[in-house]
Ligand binder design. Structure first.
Ligand SMILES: Nc1nc2c(c(=O)[nH]1)N[C@H]1C(S)=C(S)[C@@H](COP(=O)(O)OP(=O)(O)OC[C@H]3O[C@@H](n4cnc5c(=O)[nH]c(N)nc54)[C@H](O)[C@@H]3O)O[C@H]1N2
Ligand SMILES: Nc1nc2c(c(=O)[nH]1)N[C@H]1C(S)=C(S)[C@@H](COP(=O)(O)OP(=O)(O)OC[C@H]3O[C@@H](n4cnc5c(=O)[nH]c(N)nc54)[C@H](O)[C@@H]3O)O[C@H]1N2
Ligand code: SF4
Ligand SMILES: [Mo]
Length: 746
């Protein structure tokens, strides 16, 4: 009997046979760039270089991979690149560990039933892709192509997106929207008719004053942004940091506001109040470009610093002083919009309040505020029209969350459990570079959704938790072993970067370009992939802008002519992409849907007695859970710690270095313990850990059971009614001191 898909078990991915097989078959690449030797032999060593852009996080810094005698040596930043300015961060430098990790996925795997047990069988690429093609054709027949959802994070996903559209589904989603920056997109779109984008259009290098509201730049290590922050500080920029924790950025700030978590909107409204009351706002900018100022003034009339004080615990004098500081440097004052902003469910409104505050300071479109980004225009490779889906999951989502500007991964998960209509089922998931078990809140619901699928295909490089639930696991070659689509990101100048393979793919791994083309052929969809291979595809696109693959292999990064000014010229007429054509301080769009047209502060849940709010952030040495098994980066940090205030520690008799378990308000107990770090740098009402640790896959031996996974303690989700974001920070934990033994001693 074939595997019973509606009772899918988690299967551990075993250590594969043949570990150590470095290469299989002839070269996959015609113009393999390491064939060219850029340097003469140095002391007898053969040094070769090839261009790449980093895939260790989504800042996508361009760099050069150097190999010595055919073996990886180092990756360094590309001097021309506006994401890295010639320097990679620690994680990017350790990127080679992704390639050398002997615990990588090595061969395609299919779930089979053997003697009543579900196991993975290693198969050939042909068998794996035949299986997927067959399953997808049955699913199309039974439920329609619209029942396929694709989850993604990363550039290699571009070919999978094409396949999804060619198959007939419009559902392409990513946790990096509704679990990350979606509320910021909605808040700024509703206010300015435009989004902040990635890399952010923040003009940090030219700012004089920067306000960080829970945005922990310096630990959140998006390279170019942190380098700009260095320039800003070196130039004497004044920083105001709002964070319940004394972050790295707080250590560099003039003002640290240790706010009570969840009350930021009250503080922002009080700042707006002060700017208006003391007439410190940019009157000309407000008159010229905004609408709804009088309504705003009336709405915030009662939001005095004295009103905000008991809510936020920030003293009125500090609120007034910081508001005046912002006004002093305006418009070169940047109230940073943050990036990961899914906190408390009112996140679009908080982002809108930040957008409004920036408008009062006149910083949008101004030097030192938000610049006008430029993006290179590179034509798409021509292909036939995609079939028009008869229904779209994103439209179902927008019936509930009107400003879901991008499909909401968590809602697609929820629709997989409870379809919006009997003829609108979600039956297959393609998951590319997204460990949904760790990145979607409410793990039980994610597993329930997976149980409802007829097919789960995971394309990954590591035996991550999501792989254990798959029907088919496809091992992708790492970014150092493949071409990917061009990097075309917004920035101060239109610029493109090339990623080329520095090495042949190890084991039986393949680049997505190769995998998808082969799968498309088996699905009868070759017409959507009319190029010969990745090299042909890239060369065609590059030739449209007067470049070529050969040129890009030589130069790596190309800067194109500028398209216009970076800032609004003084006094210019500007039309915004909003219904009024102006910056909307008052939003009729929100009012239409019954939402507050001007943000209003409402109190959030408080921790019960003996519980602490669990807040999360980033480790500067790791990217989420992507790198926590990387052999180079685990040398720097191999577990997370729990920040606890000395008063809390005293109440519980805790000591630094001790391991504890945590249990949340719903009785959810941690799987692995975490080490306590007692520090004055956090408030007494919360505890803090970085995300990405506590892996439960034994095959990732460097990360298995090391530290704690914050996600498993997130069972309470505050959903943003405007765009569907999942606020995670209303989960409260208490200490469980018995049997807390670290993994190595267990
Ligand atoms: N609890 C909790 N949840 C969170 C967050 C949090 O802080 N706490 N943060 C949220 C945020 S801000 C975001 S952006 C999302 C991110 O969440 P996701 O979109 O799920 O992204 P990643 O964690 O980057 O995905 C990691 C997977 O990509 C695989 N991978 C790495 N490189 C490659 C590659 O080259 N090819 C392929 N095919 N796979 C690769 C890794 O092995 C891993 O399995 O998570 C959100 N979810
Ligand atoms: N090294 C590294 N850098 C990264 C990443 C990574 O994985 N590793 N991931 C990247 C990605 S995709 C994202 S989205 C960003 C995320 O990074 P950020 O956008 O900076 O956002 P958060 O993770 O939400 O911010 C965490 C900070 O918020 C504080 N905080 C918690 N609760 C509150 C509150 O109620 N109010 C206030 N004011 N502050 C609070 C925490 O103490 C912590 O300092 O980082 C990016 N940069
Ligand atoms: S910021 Fe670091 S990890 Fe991210 S792309 Fe750049 S070098 Fe790579
Ligand atoms: Mo994110």
């Amino acid at each position: 009997m074939p595997t019973s898909f509606n009772r899918r078990d988690f299967i551990k991915i075993g250590a594969a046979a043949g570990i150590g097989t470095a290469m299989v078959g002839p070269s996959l690449f015609r113009r393999h760039p390491t064939a060219r030797t850029t340097y003469p032999r140095q002391q007898g060593d053969l040094i070769e270089t090839s261009p790449t852009y980093c895939e260790i996080c989504f800042w996508k810094c361009a760099g050069w991979v150097h190999s010595k005698n055919g073996k990886p040596w180092k990756v360094v930043g590309h001097p021309e690149d506006q994401h890295s300015h010639g320097r990679l961060c620690t994680r990017g430098t350790g990127g080679i560990g992704a390639y050398t990790d002997p615990e990588r996925l090595k061969r395609p795997l299919i779930r089979v039933e053997e003697r009543g047990e579900q196991v993975f069988r290693e198969v050939s690429w042909d068998e794996a892709l035949d299986y997927i093609a067959h399953k997808l054709s049955v699913i199309k027949e039974t439920h329609g192509p619209e029942s396929l959802a694709m989850f993604s994070h990363g550039t290699g996903a571009s070919h999978w997106k094409t396949l999804t559209k060619a198959y007939g589904s419009a559902c392409i989603t990513a946790p990096s929207f509704a679990q990350c920056r979606g509320p910021r997109a909605a808040g700024f779109y509703l206010t300015y008719g435009d989004v902040v984008g990635s890399p952010e259009r923040t003009d940090i290098a030219n700012s004089r004053c920067m306000v960080l509201i829970g945005s922990h730049l310096g630990e959140n290590l998006h390279n170019g942004q942190v380098q700009e922050m260095g320039t800003f500080l070196a130039n004497g920029g004044e920083m105001i940091v709002v964070d319940p924790r004394f972050s790295t950025a707080a250590g560099k700030a003039k003002h640290w506001l240790p706010i009570k978590p969840s009350t930021d909107l009250a503080l922002i409204l009080a700042w707006i109040h002060v700017l208006i009351e003391e007439e410190l706002y940019d009157r000309d900018y407000v008159e010229r470009y905004t609408t709804g100022f009088e309504q705003l003034k009336e709405a915030v009339a009662t939001n005095t610093p004295e009103w905000a004080y008991p809510i936020t615990t920030i003293e009125p004098a500090v609120i007034r002083e910081t508001a005046r500081t912002m006004a002093r440097y305006a418009p070169a004052t940047l109230v940073h919009p943050g990036r990961h902003v899914t906190w408390y469910g009112d996140d679009t409104q908080r982002s809108r309040a930040i957008a409004i505050l920036n408008a009062l300071l006149g910083s949008w479109g101004r030097e030192g505020g938000f610049y006008i980004p430029q993006t290179a225009q590179v034509p798409e490779y021509p292909h036939p029209e995609y079939p028009e889906p008869s229904w779209k999951m994103c439209e179902e989502t927008q019936k509930i969350f009107p400003y879901a500007l991008s499909p909401v991964a968590s809602h697609i998960r929820d629709m997989t459990v409870a379809p919006p209509a009997p003829d609108k089922q979600v039956k297959a998931w393609l998951v590319y570079g997204s460990n949904l078990i760790l990145s979607l809140p409410d793990i039980e619901k994610t597993i329930q959704a997976i149980q409802n699928l007829d097919l789960l295909v995971v394309i990954d490089i590591m035996p991550a938790e999501i792989c254990g639930w798959a029907d088919v696991v496809l091992p992708e070659a790492t970014y150092l072993e493949r071409y990917d689509d061009l990097r075309i990101s917004p920035g101060r100048r239109p610029q493109i970067a090339l990623r080329a393979p520095a090495f042949e793919p190890m084991y039986d791994t393949k680049p997505s370009g190769w995998i998808v083309k082969k799968l498309a052929a088996k699905m009868g969809l070759s017409q959507y992939f009319p190029w010969e291979d990745d090299e042909d595809y890239l060369d065609w696109r590059l030739r449209q802008i007067g470049s070529s693959l050969d040129e890009m292999l030589e130069i790596g990064v190309k800067t194109l002519p500028s398209q216009g000014p970076l800032y609004f010229p003084p006094g210019a007429d500007v039309t915004f992409n909003t219904p009024s054509g102006m910056i909307e301080l008052y939003s009729e769009q929100l009012e239409q849907y019954g939402f507050d047209p001007i943000p209003v502060y409402r109190a959030h849940q408080e921790p019960p007695a003996g519980y602490y709010r669990l807040i999360q952030g980033r480790s500067p040495f790791h990217t989420f859970a992507r790198t926590t098994n990387n052999p180079i980066l685990t040398e720097l940090q191999d577990e997370n710690t729990l920040w606890v205030h000395p008063t809390t520690a005293k109440d519980w008799g805790l000591e630094t270095g001790q391991y504890v378990h945590l249990e949340n308000q719903d009785g959810k107990h941690s799987t692995f313990p975490i080490r306590v770090q007692i520090t004055e740098r956090i408030r007494t009402d919360c505890v803090y850990m970085v995300h990405g640790f506590g892996h439960s896959q034994k095959q990732m031996s460097r990360s298995y059971g090391k530290g704690m996974d914050d996600n498993e303690l997130v069972t309470n989700v505050d959903v943003d009614p405007i765009m569907g974001g999942t606020g995670r920070r209303s989960n409260f934990v208490t200490f469980k001191l018995e049997n807390a033994t670290p993994m190595e001693a267990a």
